[in-house]
Design a protein around this ligand. Structure first.
Ligand code: C5P
Length: 220
């Protein structure tokens, strides 16, 4: 039996890939995987358990044991609702630090494969096309300039009533980009066969439409 189709959408921090991926999934009636949330959950779990972010072996064991569930837009860790808690900048930075360890990445492979169900999956992250779903029907590398991404993140935080400084956000996302791109295990890269979508000057609707058009062209 053929595996359900996958659309893999990778890209750097705050590129808008989460928004675009979830809308594409909604339009197609596909399942959606936010793989970054898994690394954020391990980061949160490691802080609760006071595990050193450099201890790959212990973090890998923790990642294997975490009970994670995604239900009606809520994210639960060991049955606690952590949907909002994992979205902070500090958890994002910690996620990028613990994501360098092959033991952590390996522990999350099976969970991610489990999201591949009929009628299909849209998965977003850093290594969806290169490592987790190398046979994806469509591979997209969604990006935007660092300035455009920092500004988007700034507007999102201000809209939520969270105070933020543009220059701090820019520095944090450049730090994360550098670490995500230079690590040995599953670095952020444009996978073989991936189409690059530069969104600095595109609206969300335009980006979603482009991905849907590309998918249609692949499956026509
Ligand atoms: O996408 P998001 O910002 O939520 O991801 C948080 C961190 O998790 C990233 O900075 C990256 O280091 C890590 N990550 C990863 N591989 C993925 C998704 C996220 O290494 N597939």
């Amino acid at each position: 039996m053929n595996s359900p189709p996958v659309i893999a959408i990778d890209g750097p921090t705050a590129s808008g890939k989460g928004t675009v991926a979830s809308l594409v999934a909604e339009k197609l009636g596909f399942h959606y995987l936010d793989s970054g949330a898994l690394y954020r959950l391990v980061a949160l779990g490691s802080q609760k358990a006071s595990i050193d972010p450099t201890n790959g072996a212990e973090l890998g064991l923790l990642a294997q044991k975490l009970v994670i569930s995604f239900k009606n837009g809520q994210i639960l860790l060991n049955s606690e609702d952590v949907t909002e808690v994992i979205r902070t900048e500090s958890i994002g930075l910690c996620a990028s630090a613990i994501a360098v360890h092959p033991e952590v990445r390996q522990a999350l492979v099976g969970v991610q494969h489990g999201f591949r169900k009929a009628p299909g999956l849209v998965a977003d992250g850093r290594d969806m096309a290169s490592v987790i779903f190398p046979d994806a029907t469509l591979k997209v590398f969604l990006t935007a300039t660092a300035d455009a991404r920092a500004e988007r993140r700034y507007k999102q935080l201000i809209a939520k009533g969270i105070s933020a400084k543009l220059e701090d956000l820019l520095r944090d996302l450049q730090e994360r980009d550098a670490r995500d791109s230079s690590r040995g295990a599953a670095p952020l890269l444009v996978a073989d066969g991936a189409k690059v979508l530069e969104t600095s000057d595109l609206s969300i609707d335009q980006a979603v439409k482009t991905v849907l058009d590309w998918y249609q062209a692949k499956t026509a």
